[in-house]
Structure formats: C-alpha cells, structure tokens
Write a protein that binds this ligand. Structure first.
Ligand code: FMN
Length: 294
C-alpha cells in the first residue's frame, strides 16, 4: 500500500484508531499500533475534565450511546506518555481540549514540546456540561485560531455532522486547521421500556454503524461544494469495505472507534487486513446493497 500523508505523518495504512475510552492509556495505544493501526488518537486530554458525572456506555441493537467526556488522567500523565511515544517515532495524535481557547493554546504548546507530531482538537463533544455539541462557528474559530497562534504542529479540528456544518468547517479553515476529523458522535437517545424515560438520563453521543451513511453524505456534500482540505472520515467503520467507502467519497484516511469495543485488537487487525486487500486490488468486490422492487 502507498503511504497516506495526513497531518505531516506518512502513515502506512489509512486506518487510524479514533479517540475514546480505548485510547485512554499508553499501553493500549502501543498495542493498537502494533496491531496495525496507521496511527492512534488519544482520548481527549483536558486540563480540568468535569468531575462527578456518571459516564457510561450503552450498547444498542445498532451502534452505541455514550455519556463520556474527557480523559480523567492528568495532563502530566499524558505529557510523559506522549514524550515516550514520540521518542520512538510512534504515530500518535494527541486529542486536546480545554475550558477556554487560551487554555487550549497553552495545552497544545505543552504537547508540542513533547515531540508529539500532530494534534486533533476534540472540541465538539456533546456530552460535556453544555450538552449542545458544537453548532457555533464562532466557537470553532476561536479555539482553532488560538491554537494556531500557539503551535506550529499540524492539527485537525474534530466536528460533528449537524447544524451549520459548512459554516463550522469554514471557521476551522479560517482559523488555520490543517484537516477536519468528521464525525464526532451525534445526539441520540434510547427509551427505557421499564420507566419510559431516557436511558442514561438524557440525550448523549450516538456512534457506530447507524451514523455511517450520514457521515458519508456529509463528506460527499463538502467535496461537491469544493472543500478540498484533508478529511479524516469517522463513523461506523467495521470493515475494509467501510474504509474504502470513506476514501471513495473523499476522505484522506479513516478513523475507527466503536467497532473496536468488540474484540478490540482482533477487530482492528481484521479491518486493516481487509483494507489492505481492497486497496491492493486482491479483494473481490461484493455488493452489499440490496435493491427492493415492489
Ligand atoms: C465511548 C466513546 C468515547 C469517546 N470519546 C471521545 C473523546 O474523548 N474524544 C473525541 O474526540 N471523540 C470521542 N469519541 C468519538 C469517537 O472518536 C468517534 O468520533 C465517534 O464515535 C464516531 O466513530 P465510530 O462510529 O467509529 O465510533 C468517543 C466515542 C465513544 C463511543
């Protein structure tokens, strides 16, 4: 397979492990890399993550709901881990966020000093206190521009599909983003049959197979409208075919997350192997869509 240039990293395959609980420790990150990930994004590092929230995941028949926010590990833990990975040249992308743009700029600067080579701004988590996600382009611009003014490192801005998507992407570009990661989780709900109330107590981040067609459509539309910045496509990937679908609609690379909550390392190895087969032209093309005539 050719190299996949993204954020200045020349990664060996386009399957990147996205940010989440599974990437919340150095040991997992290293093992995901030896299992074949082109790169790994850390759980979002935050100088003052919310405390006392009940953070949970709930598997649904299709996909997953989660109410998690940011890493509870200290910034010091992460700076040590990132320094040690950087010393070995490992392709680790640090996901970062903070309560204000200035604090994010400072955190990004500290991360840059570890030798880490790329960042992702994890600024669109809908599970934090605001609970509204990131439908404000001004907010995206403020975080992006402040980070750009503080670091020379390449970085991607993570957005969720939804309202004002094009405006938010434009704001990220205007602020100096090198790439977009799309999508973060989108608001979802499940109703408890016992109580009739919402599971997890509210609307939280929905991910997995159910969001893939929506994210594909959003990437396709951005490309049609002439947006040409690199996109890390993310949402519902569980096979090499899914990765190829993302590349075909215009993503430069793909991120996989929720699928890895089942047999993490084996699932990753399978997705990487399937992707390899498809991109090298050795996999047969199978049609997964079924046309129904009435
Ligand atoms: C349990 C869980 C935790 C997550 N934590 C983060 C996070 O800390 N930072 C972030 O940017 N995205 C986070 N995400 C979002 C994923 O990185 C990804 O963008 C999203 O789940 C869509 O991809 P998927 O369908 O392959 O999971 C999390 C997702 C899940 C399910």
């Amino acid at each position: 397979m050719p190299d996949f240039p993204v954020l200045g990293l020349r990664i060996k395959n386009p399957v990147i492990v996205g940010s989440g609980l599974l990437t919340d420790q150095e040991r997992n990150i290293r093992r995901l890399l030896t299992s074949g990930a082109g790169a790994v994004v850390t759980k979002t590092i935050h100088p003052s993550p919310p405390q006392g929230l009940e953070e949970r995941i709930l598997r649904l028949p299709v996909g997953m709901l989660n109410s998690t926010t940011y890493s509870k590990r200290s910034v010091d833990y992460w700076l040590r881990a990132l320094r040690s990975c950087a010393a070995e040249g490992l392709p680790v992308i640090a996901s970062v966020h903070a309560d204000t743009p200035v604090e994010l700029g400072e955190l990004a600067r500290e991360v840059e000093r570890t030798g880490c080579r790329a960042l992702e701004l994890g600024i669109s988590c809908l599970n934090d206190e605001t609970g509204f996600g990131d439908d404000d382009p001004d907010r995206v611009f403020a975080y992006t521009a402040e980070t750009r003014s503080r670091v020379a490192l390449p970085f991607s801005v993570k957005v969720a599909i939804g309202d004002a998507l094009e405006e938010r992407v434009r704001a990220a570009i205007a602020g100096g983003a090198d790439a977009i990661t799309m999508s973060d989780t989108i608001p979802g709900a499940a109703v408890s049959p016992l109580t009739g109330g919402l599971e997890l107590g509210g609307t939280y981040g929905y991910s997995g197979a159910g969001i893939k067609p929506l994210v594909l459509a959003a990437i396709w539309r951005l490309r049609k409208r002439g947006f040409d910045l690199p996109i890390m496509g993310c949402g519902g990937i569980n096979s090499g075919r899914d990765v190829a679908d993302y590349l075909n609609v215009g993503a430069h690379v793909a991120q996989v997350y929720t699928a890895l909550h089942t047999d993490m390392y084996d699932t990753l190895k399978r997705i990487v192997a399937e992707t390899d087969d498809i991109l090298s032209g050795t996999a047969p093309v199978t049609l997964e869509t079924v046309e129904v005539t009435t």
